[in-house]
Design a protein around this ligand. Structure first.
Ligand code: 1CP
Length: 335
């Protein structure tokens, strides 16, 4: 995976799945059932390490991704979240005006996020070099969305309203999130993360000019600050900004299923690795259709500079056997 990310030759296409830890495995649910909730799992390094390694052992993926959440950053900046069963994350306090932004601090990873770096150190030791470990964070725009909205949303119109009504406050907040994220990612790398991925899950809801101003500007700042390990930018729905994303100081660009490999390659040029992008719903189709679609994806990206993945996180009700078929089809394919 590291060779694919840095443009070196590979014997086959590497594969992992976004949201591979948690969600689909009964073995994950068994660990989770013994605890008070999601937060306890994330904040207990030995258990976070255990569920991080499960997909490596049980599914055979070529990378592990540390079990955590993008929302640990607002938590460390002074906006705690809780995970409500059947609802998702809830913030009891939110950002609604510029004076709220001033109250946010820059996260200190050595203090506020030590549970993540401890989990990374334990995972690295237990993986013992079998596969690389991916560290991650949310991109500033997506993190701002949750801090303003206070929960998930279909439209994130409160967060989008904030960009129009408080543009100066939005920039101040995005800058604080970016600085917190840089410190956090550097701490993850120091603890042992081999690759970093930024998740900009809500990139696609902004018009292009706003995404360049409030989204990519801060992804740029983070990527310019991280040169220790390869970095992947996954900006979901941001097909309209692929050319600009191709100019960022990153190694790999994650793609959702709205983009064809040819379109993406054409827009970003030959210097980046592409990651993705099978429609996660194809895992609900027949085995024959899944194998056919997976091989088509491999052939369309080509052997070099591709890391196979889905176009977004695997859905919780996906049959793990189908996930194994997806992975094994990639591992067995000969170019
Ligand atoms: O009770 C539970 O088990 C909670 C479910 C859960 C899990 C397993 C949440 C709540 N987060 C996670 C783990 C998680 N989240 C990981 C690590 C494990 C892995 O990759 O398998 C990662 C990388 C994330 C990232 C994440 N969290 C994103 C970005 C990726 C994406 O899917 O777009 C986002 C947007 C979140 C926020 C979040 N956390 C959890 C939920 C339900 C949500 C979405 C809230 C919403 O907008 O409705």
């Amino acid at each position: 995976m590291i060779r694919a990310a840095t443009g070196q030759s590979v014997e086959r296409t590497p594969v992992w799945l976004m949201r591979q830890a948690g969600r689909i495995l009964p073995e994950y649910r068994a660990v989770r059932a013994s605890l008070s909730g999601f937060k306890e799992l994330v904040e207990t390094p030995e258990l976070a390490a255990e569920v991080t390694i499960q997909p490596v052992d049980l599914l055979g993926v070529d990378a592990a991704i540390i079990f955590s959440d993008i929302l640990v950053i607002p938590d460390a900046m002074g906006l705690p979240y809780r995970m409500e069963k059947g609802v998702g994350p809830i913030f009891d306090n939110t950002i609604s005006e510029v004076s709220d932004v001033a109250k946010m601090k820059i996260a200190d990873p050595g203090d506020d996020l030590k549970y993540v770096t401890d989990a990374i150190a334990i995972t690295k030791k237990e993986l013992n070099g079998r596969v690389p470990l991916i560290g991650f964070a949310g991109a500033p725009w997506t993190i701002l969305s949750y801090m303003v909205e206070g929960k998930g949303s279909k439209t994130f119109s409160e967060a989008r309203k904030f960009l129009y009504t408080e543009p100066k406050g939005a920039h101040e907040l995005l800058d604080k999130i970016a600085d917190s994220t840089i410190a956090y990612l550097k701490a993850q790398i120091e603890a042992g993360a081999d690759v970093i991925q930024l998740f900009d899950s809500w990139a696609g809801i902004l018009p292009k000019h706003q995404y360049l101003e409030f989204g990519l500007r801060y992804i740029n700042k983070i990527c310019d600050a991280i040169s220790e390990v390869p970095i992947t930018v996954f900006a979901k729905g941001a097909w309209f900004a692929l050319k600009e994303i191709g100019e960022i100081n990153c190694n790999t660009i994650g793609l959702d299923w709205h983009t064809t490999p040819a379109m993406a390659r054409n827009l970003v040029g030959g210097e980046k690795t592409l990651q993705g992008n099978l429609d996660p719903c194809l895992l609900y189709a027949s085995e024959d259709e899944l194998v056919k679609g997976t091989i088509e994806m491999l052939e369309n990206f080509g052997k070099e500079r591709h890391i196979a993945n889905l176009g977004h996180g695997v859905y919780p009700d996906t049959n793990p056997e189908k996930v194994k078929l997806f992975i094994n089809t990639i591992k067995d394919y000969k170019f």
